[in-house]
Design a binder for this molecule. Structure first.
Ligand SMILES: C[S@@+](CC[C@H](N)C(=O)[O-])C[C@H]1O[C@@H](n2cnc3c(N)ncnc32)[C@H](O)[C@@H]1O
Length: 278
């Protein structure tokens, strides 16, 4: 059984507001396409309801929001943790009542959206936050809500961006979302050709999605054992532990009593589990 250190890639530099702001100030924004991403443009063209409540997290310069506005959408919210792009957007869209521009942390954001657009936000987050991302997306979406956009289908040597694979995403989003689409994108920009998946994931409103804080787990072997034990609980549909073993995402048909989870992992007394409040 090999002992894994926590967040191998990202512990050495926190990917916080200061990190992202520094990239904007230094103009080291290689991710910025300078235009709406073509697969997202094509998808937006299929959205009939111009009053859909739309969120774009980690929006950066958000050419996607601009495209939405140009095409008559009336209820757009964008959020970014870095002040510079937020200030640019506020100036660009001042006096436009159809867009709300928020400076803040996506994970603190509250709202209810019909559509959330993913464009190089997931890959910008430390991979340790992937379970939290699924939990938060599920919370922010309305009953029939859709998470649509692009995820990398390749790995990078170091990040951000942090890559991934279709197999990983299928496991991560399973049960919390219904998979309408998760296929290789056919109209990515040339440098990203054949390396992006277009996702169209519909919130599964029949399930309960909770995130729990874990303590005491230090290696992937224990992680697998605990995942299996949680999956064996009646009503649990999916369980996914973060790569630093600090959190577990549990999708179930009904609320699971914390005592049941505590008993399941208490085969070693150093393991503890605590529900994270919304
Ligand atoms: C790789 S950039 C992508 C920007 C934009 N989506 C684009 O494609 O040009 C990632 C963005 O996410 C923002 N970001 C990172 N963590 C965030 C968080 N927790 N909440 C909100 N925004 C965040 C960064 O400031 C940055 O603008």
């Amino acid at each position: 059984m090999s002992d894994l250190k926590c967040c191998v890639v990202s512990c050495d530099r926190p990917l916080d507001a200061a990190y992202w702001e520094a990239q904007y100030e230094a103009k080291t924004t290689g991710w910025d396409l300078g235009q709406v991403s073509p697969p997202i443009q094509a998808y937006v063209d299929t959205v009939a309801d111009k009053n859909s409540r739309i969120l774009i997290p980690g929006c950066g310069n958000s050419y996607e929001a601009e495209y939405l506005l140009e095409h008559g959408f009336t209820n757009i919210t964008v959020i970014d943790i870095a002040p510079t792009p937020v200030a640019v957007l506020k100036e660009k869209f001042k006096n436009n009542p159809n867009i709300q521009i928020v400076l803040g942390d996506f994970f603190e954001h509250q709202g209810n959206y019909d559509l959330i657009i993913e464009q190089t936000f997931f890959c910008a987050l430390p991979p340790t936050l992937r379970q939290k991302y699924v939990w938060k997306m599920h919370q922010l979406l309305a009953e029939e809500g859709i998470l649509a956009g692009l995820l990398f289908n390749r790995m990078f040597e170091s990040g951000p961006p942090f890559g991934g694979s279709k197999e990983e995403y299928q496991k991560l989003f399973a049960a919390a979302f219904d998979f309408i689409k998760m296929d290789l994108s056919e109209n990515s920009i040339a440098p990203r050709a054949n390396s992006e998946l277009f996702i169209n994931l519909k919130k599964n409103r029949q399930v309960v999605v909770n995130l729990y804080e874990l303590e005491g787990i230090t290696c992937s072997g224990y992680m697998e054992t605990i995942t299996e034990k949680i999956l064996a609980i009646d009503a649990v549909l999916n369980a996914s532990i973060s790569s630093n073993f600090a959190e577990v995402l549990i999708v179930s048909t009904n609320e699971i009593e914390t005592k049941i989870l505590k008993d399941v992992i208490a085969y070693d007394e150093k393991y503890t589990i605590k529900k994270i409040k919304n």
